[in-house]
Design a protein around this ligand. Structure first.
Ligand code: UT7
Length: 344
């Protein structure tokens, strides 16, 4: 007779739905050039971004996340989930976590619900945690959401970050299934380097600053990023971790149909593809129209790519992300037959 652990060893987390949500307001490069010393040609040529979305006044991360989560559940064919994981750098409040409120608003009474804090790698960390809960038999259906409202933490006067980041949300539903199924997550490789934590940070608001009893300076409350060094780290880490995930899956780069990388900067994406030896047309990107949406980046791209047909059932996919912490991660899967319920 099979033991519980034999059964669990054969349980994989399988993607069964995907959804996303973008706030309505579009902010173009021209708009930014009216308030900052920047230009459309600089932003396009250095980042690949043409426009991004901005949440309305009063619209918080959970408001975007609930919409993306509802659409992913609907696409999965059931409005039920026993677990909600929110990856975000912009929780509604410092305490409590935002995921329980999202679960309640989605009618998921009593669901396990918590936030994952891994900045732009948060969604890949969240997938791994969700897959682990399913493998352990603790969860059967997990809603993993990546959502960020960067406009609430960006210094509008800092042209090195204000032009890059946008607001948005994306989500997938993971269900318990078989390892060989389309949609089953392959081996996931994750990592961090806290010694470089200073490269991306918000100094104020946490216990370090509060323990000093000193009021924070205005600029300490904003997101700061050492752009050029983060750029180098992003290229190196996403390349290495993708190669590790490919090795763990037993895949060659020539078999990969789609690279879905965190949309940090189009030049970073091109360099990662080059270093991996992947043809550019196999790398999907939406950065031109949404910018860097933090933890939302990967699920938002997945959903848009399903909607526009560039990601199809049977494609062999590598997902990879890099972010503050520093943190990084990658996994592989064969894309399943899923529909999108998101408005274009
Ligand atoms: O999501 C987490 C991971 N994030 C990333 O991976 C982002 C990684 N970093 C980047 O994408 C790039 O470093 C940036 C887009 C942030 C900056 O691009 P860069 O090519 O690395 O520019 P830089 O910081 O080296 O600056 C080059 C020049 C500087 O002027 P000087 O000193 O050469 O006169 C900057 O002051 O460009 C200037 N600059 C700008 N000019 C016009 C910086 N930002 C802007 C701007 N508009 N928005």
């Amino acid at each position: 007779m099979e033991s519980g652990s034999d059964i669990r060893a054969r349980t994989s987390a399988v993607i069964s739905g995907v959804g996303s949500y973008l706030p309505e307001q579009v902010v173009t490069n021209f708009d930014l050039s009216q308030v900052l010393e920047t230009s459309d040609p600089w932003i396009r040529s250095r980042t690949g971004i043409r426009e991004r979305r901005r949440a309305a006044t009063g619209q918080a991360t959970s408001d975007l996340a609930v919409e993306a989560g509802r659409r992913a559940l609907s696409a999965s064919g059931s409005d039920q989930a026993d677990t909600v994981i929110l990856a975000t750098t912009t929780p509604d409040e410092t305490c409590p976590a935002t995921a329980p409120a999202i679960a309640s608003r989605l009618g998921l009474e009593g669901a396990t619900a918590f936030d994952v804090s891994a900045v732009c790698t948060g969604f890949v960390y969240g997938l791994a945690v969700g897959a682990g809960l399913i493998a352990a038999g603790t969860a059967r259906r997990v809603l993993v959401i990546g959502a960020d409202v960067y406009s609430t933490i960006i210094n509008p006067a800092d042209r090195s970050t204000a032009v890059i980041f946008g607001d948005g949300a994306g989500a997938v539903v993971l269900r318990a299934g078989e390892p060989g199924e389309a949609g089953a997550l392959g081996p996931t490789v994750l990592g961090s380097d806290g010694e470089r934590g200073d490269l991306i940070r918000i100094p104020a608001g946490g216990s370090r600053q509060r323990s000093t009893k000193r009021s924070p300076l205005p600029e300490e409350q904003y997101f700061s990023m050492a752009g050029p060094e983060v750029y180098r780290q992003a290229v190196a880490r996403m390349t290495e971790v993708s190669q590790e995930a490919l090795r763990a899956a037993g895949w060659q780069i020539g078999e990969v149909d789609r690279l879905i990388a965190h949309q940090a900067n189009s030049r970073i994406l091109d360099t990662v593809s080059d270093r991996l030896g992947l043809a550019k047309e196999r790398q999907l990107s939406n950065i031109a129209l949404v910018g860097n949406t933090g933890a939302a980046s990967i699920p938002l791209l997945l959903d848009q790519a399903v909607t526009n047909g560039t990601l199809r059932a049977g494609h062999k996919v590598v997902l990879t992300a890099f972010g503050g912490g520093l943190t990084w991660g990658a996994t592989t899967l064969i894309w399943p037959r899923v529909t999108s319920r998101s408005a274009a």
